[in-house]
Design a protein around this ligand. Structure first.
Ligand code: MLT
Length: 410
């Protein structure tokens, strides 16, 4: 019989969002009349902007003609997308990232997991807590941890707790770590890191020869001009960081799939015998072997987000969801709930009322308000007693969810 990867057996039974899905399905089977409003997983609801669908339709037409038909594309992505990204997302902010340091993919979730293919064994790995569960689970799968304890924390990982005292931006590790996962604007807490904070992390990484994996999937939702959109806005970051970005939330591509990973050419890792090796070259080798590129039609759609019309439409979509976030913040505050985030990120993180446990509050909202959120404890032990609401939904659903929550909490 084939030997399995026994590391999978260390994982908690289900990934957080499918687990929520199972509970919601069970509830709706038992209560078929209930109209459930889902503010759990951050999944977009609004249709794609028309500049993007027009570009995708035209790309489909390209595929229908011998002259413009496309087969395999470059594994790293088409220049027609990499170039505007380099120009608009980085160079326009004074960040020196070139198109060939950008790798187009089909998702940041995949890339933040797959990156471990080019990272060796024996690294000390730090993750913030609460945290996007993919960083932890993929390290468990890769054999980088021991077993989980009763609180769900895995042996071998260095957990950096975020809490109200540090505004959910954890302190630097007190020990030397090799690999650090940071996500800002943060999923799940919706908080942001200032330039000074990021500079401290970059300085730490430089002093300790660490690598920062910086997940900037929500950067498009930043409204405060003082908050950096990219780790590469920080001096010295090109020597110590990889950045992940996504089109999922900014242009509504959760179902279409397109993202990017920036691996600077100067970024180095080391072999066990101390030779320096380019991480850019390793990632290129990995992608060329295991990935055939995001589809031409999808990349054409993403490229349309950088046209004048696309930029205006993307802004409209982001403003729409951020108005939802504001309504959630204000509506919850009105009934005495303490809220965080939701200003530069589409997630509102809240302290559960009456010190309810995260899953207790989940069950209460589901059963009494027919509203689904995400229990904070699903993002790590430090998330216990907190809860996340996503701003990705229609205005009508957000308003109705708030009315129902008010009734429950009155
Ligand atoms: C979330 O709800 O945390 C996100 O939708 C997850 C993801 O982007 O994979």
């Amino acid at each position: 019989m084939v030997q399995i990867n026994a590391n999978y057996l260390k994982l908690k039974a289900g990934y957080l969002f499918p687990e929520i899905g199972r509970r919601v399905t069970a509830f709706s089977q038992a209560n078929p009349q209930a109209r459930i409003i889902r503010l759990g997983i951050g999944d977009v609801t609004e249709p794609l902007p028309s500049s993007i669908t027009k570009a995708m339709h035209a790309a489909v037409d390209d595929m229908a003609s011998r002259d413009s038909f496309k087969g395999y594309g470059p594994e790293q992505g088409y220049a027609f997308l990499r170039e505007p990204i380099a120009q608009h997302d980085f160079q326009a902010r004074g960040v020196d990232i070139s198109a060939d340091e950008i790798f187009i993919s089909d998702g940041s979730k995949c890339d933040t997991g797959n990156i471990l293919d080019i990272i060796g064994d024996g690294n000390k790995i730090a993750i913030t807590d609460p945290v996007y569960p993919v960083y932890v689970d993929t390290n468990v799968m890769a054999g980088n941890t021991g077993a989980a304890d009763a609180s769900g924390r895995f042996e071998g990982l260095v957990y950096l707790p975020g809490n109200e005292a540090n505004n959910f931006v954890p302190e630097l590790p007190s020990e030397k770590v090799d690999l650090i996962y940071l996500c800002y604007p943060n999923n799940p807490t919706g908080t942001v890191a200032t330039r000074e904070t990021l500079q401290k992390w970059v300085d730490y990484a430089r002093a300790n020869n660490s690598l920062i994996l910086f997940d900037a999937a929500y950067e498009a939702f930043i409204s405060d001009p003082s908050i950096p959109h990219s780790i590469f806005e920080i001096e010295g970051a090109k020597d110590v960081a990889i950045e992940f970005r996504s089109f999922s939330k900014s242009i509504g591509f959760t179902g279409v799939r397109c993202a990017l990973t920036v691996v600077p050419k100067q970024l180095m890792g080391t072999t066990p015998t101390g030779e320096k090796v380019s991480l850019h070259q390793l990632w290129n080798r990995r992608q060329s072997t295991k990935f055939n590129g995001a589809s031409y039609v999808v990349q054409k759609g993403a490229a349309a987000a950088y046209t004048d019309e696309g930029k205006v439409e993307m802004r409209g979509l982001i403003d729409f969801y951020m108005t939802n976030a504001r309504l959630l913040r204000e509506g919850l505050t009105k009934v005495g709930i303490r809220v965080f985030g939701g200003v530069n990120a589409p997630y509102v993180w809240l302290k559960t009322p009456n010190n309810l446990g995260s899953w207790e509050f989940f069950d209460m909202l589901l059963n009494q308000a027919h509203v689904v959120g995400t229990p904070g404890s699903g993002f790590g032990a430090a998330g216990e007693g907190y809860f996340r609401l996503s701003a990705f939904n229609s205005r009508q659903n957000v308003e109705e969810a708030l009315e129902r929550i008010h009734k429950v909490l009155q």
